[in-house]
Design a protein around this ligand. Structure first.
Ligand code: MN
Length: 365
C-alpha cells in the first residue's frame, strides 16, 4: 500500500503541475508565434496534451521508483527538473518570451540528462522512465529555438519588455477577450511592396495596441460581452476608435495576398456596372485614397440596395456603423506606408493594388 502511494502521489503531483502549466496557454500559440505553425516538424496540436500526460505519468513513476528502492539524494534533482520544466511554461506561455524559454529548456535538458545518468546505477527502471521525456524535451528545444530564430522581435525582447508583459498579464488576464488575428501569409510574403518591417510595426505593434486598448477599455462595461462588430456599431469615443481600428485592420490585412489572382468575373462585372469599367473604379478609388485629408480609410461598400460605392472615412471610420457592407479597404494612415514609402502615399496605394486578394473581395459580394 505504501509502495503504491509512493508512485501514485508523484504521478498526481506531475499531472497537477502539468495542468497548471497548461492553463498558462490561454490563447492559441499560433497567434503569438505565427512561425510555429510553419515549422516542418510541428506535430498536430492534439499531440502536445496527449504526450505531456503520458510523460508526466512516466515522470511520476520514476520518482516512485527512486523513493521505493533508489538513492534518496536524487529526489532533490527530480524536484529541481520539475521546477525548471514548470518555469518553461511560465516564460514561454505566460511571459511570451521564447528566448527566456529557450535558456530554461536547455537547462532542463542538462538536468534530465544528469538525472538519467545518476539514477541508472541504483534504479535503472527510474532512468528508463525518463528516456521518452528526454527525447520529447529535446524536440521541444528544437521547436523553441525555431521560434526564436523566426521571430526577431521576440528574440530581442528586453528585460523591460518582460517586466511589462508580467504587469499587463497580471492586470488583464481575466478580461482579455479580443486577440490579434492570424495573418493568412508570412510576415515577409508581401515584400517588397509591403515589407516585413512594415508588417512588424503595422500588424505587430499598431494593431496589437488597438486590441490591448480595447480590452482595457471594455473591461467591466456591457461591451465586454459583445462581439467586435457589435461594439463597432454601438460604441462611441475611445471604445469606438479602438474597436473600429481593430476591425478595420483585421479586414485590411485579411484582404491582402502575396499571390494575386485575376479578378473574378462577377466582381469585374459589378464594378463595370457601377463605375463604367474596372479601371475607372480603380482610378476613382485611388483618387479618393490619395486625396483623403489626414488619417483614414477608403472603402468599397455595398449599400442596402446592393449598389456599390466608394466611401472615404476619416480616422477610424467604419461602414458597418452606417449599415453598409464593407468589401475592400485601404488604410491611408501614415503608419501604413511610412516605413516603405515615406511620405509617398500615392506610391503606396499604387503598389497596394497588386496585393489585393480579389477572391476575398468577390466572396463578400
Ligand atoms: Mn493602420
Amino acid at each position: 500500500m505504501k509502495k503504491a502511494l509512493r508512485h501514485i502521489v508523484p504521478v498526481l503531483l506531475c499531472l497537477v503541475a502539468g495542468a497548471v502549466a497548461g492553463s498558462m496557454q490561454t490563447e492559441s500559440l499560433a497567434e503569438w508565434y505565427p512561425s510555429l505553425a510553419k515549422s516542418p516538424l510541428t506535430p498536430p496540436a492534439i499531440a502536445f496534451p496527449v504526450a505531456w500526460t503520458l510523460l508526466y505519468i512516466c515522470m511520476g513513476l520514476s520518482l516512485g521508483r527512486v523513493l521505493t528502492d533508489g538513492d534518496k539524494r536524487f529526489v532533490t534533482l527530480w524536484f529541481l527538473q520539475l521546477a525548471v520544466n514548470f518555469l518553461w511554461s511560465f516564460f514561454f506561455f505566460y511571459l511570451r518570451c521564447p528566448l527566456a524559454g529557450l535558456a530554461d529548456i536547455v537547462v532542463l535538458d542538462l538536468l534530465v540528462i544528469l538525472y538519467i545518468r545518476w539514477v541508472r546505477r541504483a534504479t535503472p527502471s527510474a532512468a528508463w522512465l525518463f528516456v521518452p521525456y528526454l527525447v520529447w524535451i529535446l524536440f521541444a528545444t528544437y521547436l523553441n529555438a525555431y521560434i526564436v530564430m523566426e521571430n526577431p522581435r521576440e528574440k530581442s525582447l528586453s528585460a523591460a519588455a518582460v517586466t511589462e508583459n508580467i504587469l499587463s498579464n497580471t492586470k488583464n488576464q481575466s478580461i482579455m477577450t479580443h486577440t490579434l488575428p492570424q495573418l493568412p501569409y508570412a510576415m515577409e510574403a508581401l515584400s517588397p511592396k509591403m515589407s516585413r518591417e512594415t508588417l512588424e510595426y503595422h500588424y505587430g505593434k499598431h494593431l496589437q495596441t488597438y486590441i490591448d486598448n480595447l480590452n482595457r477599455l471594455i473591461a467591466g462595461t456591457p461591451y465586454a460581452a459583445m462581439p467586435l462588430e457589435e461594439i463597432v456599431c454601438k460604441a462611441d469615443g475611445a471604445i469606438f476608435n479602438n474597436a473600429a481600428q481593430a476591425w478595420n485592420h483585421a479586414f485590411f490585412f485579411d484582404t491582402l495576398t502575396p499571390a494575386q489572382q485575376p479578378m473574378p468575373e462577377k466582381l469585374a462585372a459589378a464594378l463595370a456596372g457601377e463605375f463604367g469599367s474596372v479601371e475607372a473604379f480603380k482610378e476613382a478609388f485611388t483618387k479618393s485614397a490619395v486625396g483623403l485629408f489626414g488619417s483614414g480609410w477608403v472603402w468599397l461598400v455595398g449599400g442596402p440596395d446592393g449598389r456599390l460605392s466608394i466611401l472615404a472615412e476619416p480616422n477610424a471610420g467604419n461602414p458597418l456603423a452606417r449599415g453598409l457592407k464593407p468589401l475592400l479597404t485601404v488604410d491611408v494612415w501614415e503608419h501604413a506606408y511610412y516605413i516603405d514609402y515615406r511620405n509617398r502615399r500615392a506610391d503606396f496605394v499604387k503598389n497596394w493594388w497588386d496585393l489585393v486578394d480579389w477572391q476575398k473581395v468577390a466572396g463578400r459580394l
